[in-house]
Design a protein. Structure first.
Lengths: 111, 117
């Protein structure tokens, strides 16, 4: 399983764009990159998943360079409610594979 | 999206008693479920992988006789903390991936907070 490295914490202000980068140097060919968000006392919630290039949904964008050794989660115009821990996970994406959680990035959005 | 539900969301018990936590996949069949434990300010730690119809696979350092896992159907896995002690107090989270999860997205339950007095 590919190991991931993220910043431990980040601060931002409301309305700003936040970019969280994750390093996964030993990502395998079949691995997908998935980001989860977790609020205190709740289970992680899926944000976005990608394999290469760029993926965008209604809440975030995911940028993956050609070598796939890193990825960047982009949150446009964050609000106070985006304060949470964000986890970058890398895995093959089949039904039976577990994901290994790193420490994640604790994002604090300030007013 | 797919929904995974846990019950109870919180439980308080006396030391020495056993507690069962249920994890259900509500709108898809989960051939595999995972159980995690999370201590305050820490990340999720995988405890075990639960496979429908077979024995669970436990991570190193997790006592299989203390944390009993049963995955009797494609929609239900249970975690029983036997003879619970205060050090077992934690936030337990299950997740499921299954035949409809496509690219391997895991769906997580809401979590169950166990407090052992």
């Amino acid at each position: 399983l590919a190991k991931t490295t993220q910043p431990i914490s980040m601060d931002s202000y409301e309305g700003q764009e936040v970019n969280i980068t994750c390093s996964h140097n030993n990502i395998a060919t079949n691995d997908y990159i998935t980001w989860y968000q977790q609020f205190p006392s709740q289970g992680p919630r899926f944000i976005i998943q990608g394999y290469k290039t760029k993926v965008t949904n209604e809440v975030a964008s995911l940028f993956i360079p050609a070598d796939r050794k890193s990825s960047t989660l982009s949150l446009p115009r964050v609000s106070l409610s985006d304060t949470a821990v964000y986890y970058c996970l890398v895995g093959e994406g089949n039904y039976g594979q577990n994901f290994v959680f790193g420490p994640g990035t604790r994002l604090s959005v300030l007013p | 999206g797919a929904v995974v539900s846990q019950h109870p969301s919180w439980v308080i018990c006396k030391s020495g008693t056993s507690v069962k936590i249920e994890c259900r996949s509500l709108d898809f069949q989960a051939t595999t479920m995972f159980w995690y434990r999370q201590f305050p300010k820490q990340s999720l730690m995988l405890m075990a992988t639960s496979n429908e119809g077979s024995k669970a696979t436990y991570e190193q350092g997790v006592e299989k006789d203390k944390f009993l896992i049963n995955h009797a159907s494609l929609t239900l896995s249970t975690l029983t903390v036997t003879s619970a002690h205060p050090e077992d107090s934690s936030f337990y989270i299950c997740s499921a991936g299954g035949m409809t999860s496509g690219t391997g997205e895991l769906f997580f339950g809401e979590g169950s907070r166990l407090t052992v007095l």
